[in-house]
Design a protein around this ligand. Sequence first.
Ligand SMILES: Cc1cc2nc3c(=O)[nH]c(=O)nc-3n(C[C@H](O)[C@H](O)[C@H](O)COP(=O)(O)O)c2cc1C
Length: 351
Amino acid sequence: MFSEVTNMPGNWDKTEWGFRLCQVLEIRYPILEGGLAHVGNGRLAAAISEAGGFGQVGSAGRSPEQFAEEITLAASLTTKPFGVNIPISERKDNRPYFDVIHQHRRAIAAVSLSAGNPRPLIPQLKEMGLRVIVLTSTVSQALKAAEGGADVVVCEGFEAGGHNGPAEITTMALVPQVVRALRERGRDVPVAAAGGIASGEQMAAALMLGADGVQIGTLFVATEECEAHPAYKRTLVEAGDEATVVIERSQGRVTRVLRSPFTERILDLEKRRPSMEELLPFIVGKSNRIAAIEGHMDEGYVNAGQGVGLIHSVRSAGEVVRDLAAEAARVLRRGPTWAQWLEGVDGVRSV
Ligand SMILES: Cc1cc2nc3c(=O)[nH]c(=O)nc-3n(C[C@H](O)[C@H](O)[C@H](O)COP(=O)(O)O)c2cc1C
């Protein structure tokens, strides 16, 4: 099963930190594409997988037929493993999407489940021979996912683009707490850090926090293969550190989007504590699609994470994957210097 993994050092232990994610998903680099509503197309997923990461076809914003088409397209463009994403509570009935997954189970390596209780769905997917990735935003969710049989746990912090957990825990704080909790309970599940990661330095930092790899959303939107409208990509390139805002808090939800005149209107409306009926026309998927796919940036909203200020150009997805890995490796080489220096400080002992 793991014979295609090519980047492993000779004598490695399967539970060794840092390699488990590549082993489980049979990928070269521990870099996952997150599910991307409306813009997570098959061509992008294939390009990421072809470069050695793990691409995923999004189901949100697509009919079951369109979802199937994008899976077929991805499978025609790469022989490497890729996955699909199901945000559980985004629609009332996921069965047609599960039927598509079942039909394409030989082309798909894993399914990521988000936005809902994954536990009843995990056994079904495993029976299809698929691995299951579960998105979590608290320690208790991560433990439940691991206990329920998840093969990979993604820890998504509050910096992330799109829907976030209501506890609003940042990636920096969440990842080490999840890693420790899983270790203390003897759960040998690889962890991917997500939220705000858009550079090799951040990938290196995630690995130092104990993650086995990263999941990325916003940075992959700003790629040539992503079907997002050029206006969306351009706005991501131009955006700085203060470019994102959180909408939907008035409804107990947390959605990180790019600040724009349209999202300012939403925030103004939310100050008046609107009913869901009043807010709905602004936050429905159609309002996302109008901006993200059709490029009418003033008539809808687009998702983006806080790392957006680190995106400076639109590149190919393969270049993004390879640069992230190379940059992370370069930054990690600084590690021994810091260790040597800290251990040389009076009173610091090795632990
Ligand atoms: C445009 C966009 C759409 C997203 N749609 C989904 C989705 O449909 N399902 C899901 O699980 N996560 C979704 N997310 C979250 C991503 O999968 C990923 O976890 C997140 O983007 C990571 O944070 P980052 O954007 O800072 O890299 C979306 C994020 C973005 C930016």
